[in-house]
Design a binder for this molecule. Structure first.
Ligand SMILES: [Zn+2]
Length: 252
């Protein structure tokens, strides 16, 4: 679904191709050598949703975040990189993020973590939304674990922190890997934009609070991967995002 709030001055949309680019790593720590976490982005669905595959470089254990489509491509990527899939993570229940969760779960047998329980109504309507957008494979699913604020997720030697960031949807969660200074934020915030809040149970004030009070305090140096478009940093958005920058919030 068209998930971004259209910014006053629109940045160039990403021209994603349905192939995975080279893996990009989170910013490295002080030490040289292989970073502990790597992540690749696979744009899927008519909405060019950034399905991400992240993995622990030490153990080659992986997690797939938001498989809106691409079950075959995901499995080919994992095989090519010699990775073992540990789990599927879901930021929120929108069709472009969650339509292929059931199929990937059936194909791999791995557990599904997330989103937070308040997104159940979105997951339940995946078949209807899928039909509307030509994604006829969309199926509902029951997560192995509903996530909540403060939960942690293990992928190999990596520990991801979970933040509940409602607003775009009521049960939206964000995944953080502190040591890599990396956040996977779904449709909460984008480079130069924020998530739409005109869907059922969207809440603009809650979204602004999620970004300003939960995400930005994590640090300007955090790089985030959004559900659509290019990565950015919290610092860049705190300075220049027309919806949630320091200046935009001060202006009210
Ligand atoms: Zn969304």
């Amino acid at each position: 679904m068209p998930d971004q709030t259209v910014p006053p001055a629109s940045g160039a949309p990403t021209s994603g191709t349905p192939t995975s680019g080279p893996p990009i790593s989170g910013p490295q720590g002080t030490g040289a050598g292989t970073p502990p976490l790597k992540v690749a982005i696979l744009p899927v669905t008519p909405f060019q949703q950034n399905c991400s595959i992240l993995w622990c470089t030490a153990t080659k254990r992986a997690a797939v975040v938001d498989p809106g489509d691409g079950v075959t491509q995901i499995q080919e990527f994992l095989a090519r990189q010699g990775l073992t899939l540990d789990r599927i993570l879901v930021t929120h229940g929108h069709v472009d993020h969650a339509a292929a969760v059931a199929d990937l779960m059936a194909a791999t047998g791995v557990p599904v973590d997330g989103p937070q329980r308040e997104d159940k109504f979105w997951i339940d309507r995946l078949p209807e939304d899928g039909a509307k957008y030509g994604m006829l494979y969309a199926k509902p699913f029951t997560p192995t674990r509903w996530l909540d604020d403060g939960d942690t997720i293990t992928v190999g030697d990596l520990t991801l922190d979970v933040l509940h960031c409602p607003g775009h949807t009521p049960g939206h969660v964000v995944f953080i890997h502190g040591p890599s200074r990396l956040a996977i934020v779904g449709d909460v915030i984008f480079q130069g934009s924020i998530g739409r809040t005109d869907f059922p149970r969207g809440d603009h004030a809650a979204l602004i609070r999620s970004i300003r009070e939960k995400l930005f305090p994590l640090g300007d140096d955090i790089t985030f991967l959004p559900g659509h478009g290019e990565p950015s940093t919290f610092g860049q958005e705190r300075r220049g995002n027309p919806f949630v920058s320091d200046r935009a919030v001060a202006r009210g």
